[in-house]
Ligand binder design. Sequence first.
Ligand code: FE2
Length: 439
Amino acid sequence: MLKTPRDLLIRHATLPDGRCGIDLLARDGYFAAIGPALPAPEGAEVLDADGWLFSPPFVDAHFHLDSTLSHGLPRTNDSGTLLEGIRLWGELKPLLTEEAVAERALAYCDWAVARGLLAIRTHVDVCDERLLAVRALLEVKRRVASYLTLQLVAFPQDGLLRSAGAEAQLKRALDLGVDVIGGIPHHERSAAEGAESVRRLAELAAERGLMLDLHCDETDDPASRHVETLALHTQRLGLQGRATGSHLTSMHSMDNAYAAKLVALIADSGLNAIANPLINITLQGRYDSYPKRRGMTRVPELMDAGVTVAFGHDCVMDPWYALGSADMLEVASMGLHVAQMTSQAAQQRCFEAVTTNPARILGLQGYGLEVGCRADGVLLQARSPQEALRLRAQRLLVLRGGQVLSRMVPAAAQLCLPGRPQVVDFTRQTPATPQTPPR
Ligand code: FE2
């Protein structure tokens, strides 16, 4: 357990909404005051943010903690496809031990904390009658609870209907304490069985009062339309705000007229969306020659329609993705590039897609930079969200409940050029857009 810290006053911070020179006072684990020039309570620890960006912590709305850091076990994914990744994971599953899964997951949690990532929704495979990964991750969730929020999703990786026993195992996992209901309709044996799996899972979510988050249409096939079914049942069963479609990559390849109707349907139904840009820019388009499709879902269009959209990391060093280091700024940067969200306003939305939006999708209580919120946050070596994205800024300080969890030294390079500054400063703010003078 973390000990209760004394008062902590952070001075001279810049906030993601652009306010500068802001002080934040953490008391008893919560923000007690936020504003300019706050008086320092007697005995408080004072940290000078020196104008750097203080953000609420990063949140990853889509991850697989049971497979993380297993890259190379028992072999690597040579084709780079989703399907070989699923086969490879199937080869690894019988070799797993509860201890090894927990040890790798805990190592990843350390990386996450150091990166200012303090809440993760992780899918956990239930297509194993031992429910070994479920037990391992429930134990990890308990062990990290004081400093990192884990939300577990019961995920039938091999198909709810396609894999014998999956439905019963999914319900057992929920009974053991797994929080959210998952699924993978595009991996069922047929489109009809995919639709049936969506119906059953949505009805189970309504019956148990749980959230629902389905891997949905993670394919280049524009005919994969399970998200339509998911939106329908979300509306029918009153799951607005509690149901999420993850990946949705087939939307990238759909006919524009159909996609326009679908985006409006998703917005009307209150369904959330999660794109996983690092993974889908590498997994999708593998059956294409040239031009190769990018494969990420229609992020700006969904955002414009009012859908809550998050970017997830999905995988780090596992059968599907050999790279990654728990860096949600890398995730958002890739999303920004793939979706061509380059304007200042669009970059701000990309930052929100790894902070406030996933916090809303997970239903995190007390998240944010408001008085009364838990005193969590990350001090970034950047002056704005846009600069944080450009530099994938150092996490100078990570806070949970007003207590420092991690520190990182500022990035600095020593130049050895005659007549030039000795220290290179990569920060450089975009000048404000000149305003047209009134006539
Ligand atoms: Fe996933």
